[in-house]
Design a protein around this ligand. Structure first.
Ligand code: ADP
Length: 561
């Protein structure tokens, strides 16, 4: 048998034969060539004027795609989100997709890109996965410009009395670079700034990424940037970007990055790809502007939240949804038989073999996520992302386990078949969006930080206890002292488990959530709570994906998944 082509092989054939000029894609959603700013023939940004104009339209239905806890390879959440959008389009629904921009960290590292797979991809996939329209670079530049301005302020006499040991703003790169997690800057004597400890983050974890993703327009972006906490003084008073008077300069650097990007799927469905915070260390959703545009320009908008429903899903519902005109009308939970068996104890090396017992055990993980998403009182549909190795017995068992819970379940074969493999799912999702929903939040912002953390830990993760490190306790006090207590919570946690321990699979019970640090992100408007051993600068694996990549003399890239 011929082996199934790789993602990049499928994408490259399509890019050659079927990809439409971006003006044609814009036209599908009622935009003229004046409404977009093309970056080449197949990518464009929305013009400022077309964003404003679009916002006056009525909202379509919003569909949120999330998933169970994944295996290290990912569970095909982006693939299903893209395939679902194509399937909706193929049954005659005007659909617009909103997704995150890939980060080069996982592209070069281990998880791969974020442009889907098989016959459900967004294109041009090489561009989107690499430099795209430069948003990541603009953000990186802005983050490091702010860092340089802080160090320069200290070097030039430190009028604000900033304590160099208490600078909280970190430099950032879009690279998994563990060597830069902890470093020293300013060595070399008095002409080379003040020596101090510095820490790099990956750009997708930086507060500026969250700020870009939550800003509603340039004024809001500037206001949020001016509110970013950058340091404390020697007498522990907070210093903000506004104290340095550089919010204007930082906003200038992000003027174009704020505009969402328009591309297309393999089946020419319009896709808005913008902003890319990771869900394990940040809030995990594409920009609010992208989601809003998708809702305004489509009768159906499909968006995705990173990693499982415990991370991106919860953050979408508690941080993002209150900032949209309405909450999702339906939630799709992507499950794979592989990942459920992995959650049920089957070894990864064995995962292609039928194991009904492991599937039965691992189903607990899906059950927990269904329970969690039902909490928000929005209709839930389960999509089984079909892999070639799934057996009929396994599919039958999983379907009947879902039936027992009274949740609608559909097999999605979009990876191998494109939209025609997802029409049943699309119809089920349309039906779900027509049901009554009564969006309910998990917590109120006015509750204390500890109460909010306790609610997420017990209601979403299933923990029975939360333990705070000394550093985290001190931070709780700082939040109280400064009246920063009424913000939503953004938990940084491993994506592999509902707990903070990546090895505890399934649906763990009676465990303690370990809070190691708490970081107020006042520009983003949330509090980041770090748990377990999670770090905001990932490292590269022993065999990074970079080893497979190459480009020929014509500029054709190979080995990008
Ligand atoms: P996630 O969004 O959950 O991280 P992705 O959609 O990015 O996952 O998919 C991760 C990888 O898995 C991609 O390379 C994709 O081609 C592959 N994949 C997804 N679904 C399937 C499937 N049904 N069969 C085979 N490979 C798949």
């Amino acid at each position: 048998a011929m082996s199934f082509p790789s993602d990049i092989e499928i994408a490259q054939i399509n890019e050659h034969d079927n990809m439409k000029n971006i003006n044609e894609i814009a036209n599908k959603i009622g935009l003229t060539p004046d409404d977009i700013e093309p970056y080449g023939h197949y990518k464009a940004k929305f013009s400022g004027r077309s964003i404003t104009k679009s916002m006056e339209k009525d909202d379509g239905k919003l569909i949120l795609v999330t998933s169970i806890n994944p295996t290290p390879a990912g569970e095909g959440k982006s693939t299903v989100a893209i395939g679902l959008a194509d399937s909706l389009q193929s049954i005659g629904k005007k659909t617009v997709l909103a997704l995150r921009e890939p980060s080069l960290g996982p592209v070069m590292g281990m998880k791969g890109g974020a442009t889907g797979g098989g016959y459900a991809q967004v294109v041009p996939m090489e561009d989107i996965n690499l430099h795209f329209t430069g948003d990541m670079h603009a953000l990186t530049c802005a983050v490091n410009t702010l860092a340089a301005l802080i160090d320069n302020h200290i070097h030039q006499g430190n009028q604000l009395n900033i304590d160099p040991r208490r600078i909280v703003w970190k430099r950032a790169l879009d690279i998994n670079d563990r060597a830069l997690r902890n470093t020293v800057v300013g060595l070399g004597g008095p002409f080379n700034s003040m020596p101090r400890e510095e820490h790099f983050e990956i750009i997708v974890a930086s507060e500026l990424m969250a700020v870009l993703c939550l800003a509603q327009d340039i004024d809001d972006l500037k206001e949020r940037i001016s509110s970013i906490l950058i340091a404390y003084t020697f007498d522990k008073k907070p210093i903000f970007v506004r104290d340095l008077h550089v919010e204007g300069a930082i906003t200038v650097l992000l003027k174009d990055a704020l505009k969402p990007n328009l591309v297309q799927t393999l089946e020419n469905t319009p896709a808005i790809i913008h902003g890319g915070p990771f869900a394990n260390i940040a809030h995990g959703c594409n920009s609010i502007l992208a989601t809003k545009l998708a809702m305004k320009l489509g009768d159906y908008a499909v968006t995705e939240a990173g990693f499982g429903a415990d991370l991106g899903g919860e953050k979408f519902m508690d941080i993002v949804a209150p900032r949209l005109s309405h909450a999702p009308n339906a939630i799709v939970i992507v499950a794979t038989i592989r990942a459920l068996k992995y959650n049920g104890g089957q070894a990864l090396s064995d995962i292609q073999n039928e194991d009904l017992n492991a599937l039965n055990l691992g189903f607990k993980n899906l059950k927990r996520h269904i329970h969690n998403m039902r909490y928000y009182h929005v209709p839930v549909v389960v999509a089984i992302n079909k892999f070639a190795t799934d057996t009929d017995n396994e599919i039958k068992l999983l379907t009947s386990l879902c039936d027992e819970l009274g949740v609608d379940v559909q097999l999605a074969e979009i990876h191998h078949e494109g939209s025609k493999g997802g029409q049943a799912l699309a119809k089920a999702v349309v039906k779900a969006t027509e049901k009554e929903s009564q969006y309910t939040r998990l917590y109120e912002d006015e509750e204390t930080t500890e109460a909010k953390i306790a609610t997420i830990a017990s209601e979403v993760y299933g923990a029975n206890n939360v333990e705070y490190s000394k550093k985290a306790r001190n931070q709780l006090q700082t939040l109280k002292d400064n009246a920063w207590d009424d913000l939503p919570i953004c938990i940084a946690k491993t994506q592999y488990s509902l707990s903070d321990d990546p090895k505890r699979l399934g649906s763990p019970k009676d465990f303690t959530l370990h809070v190691t640090d708490i970081v107020p992100k006042l520009g983003a408007g949330f509090v980041v709570v770090l748990t377990g051993n999670i770090m905001t600068m990932p490292g590269l694996p022993k065999k990074p994906a970079a080893l497979n990549m190459d480009v020929d003399n014509e500029g054709t890239i190979g080995g990008l998944f």
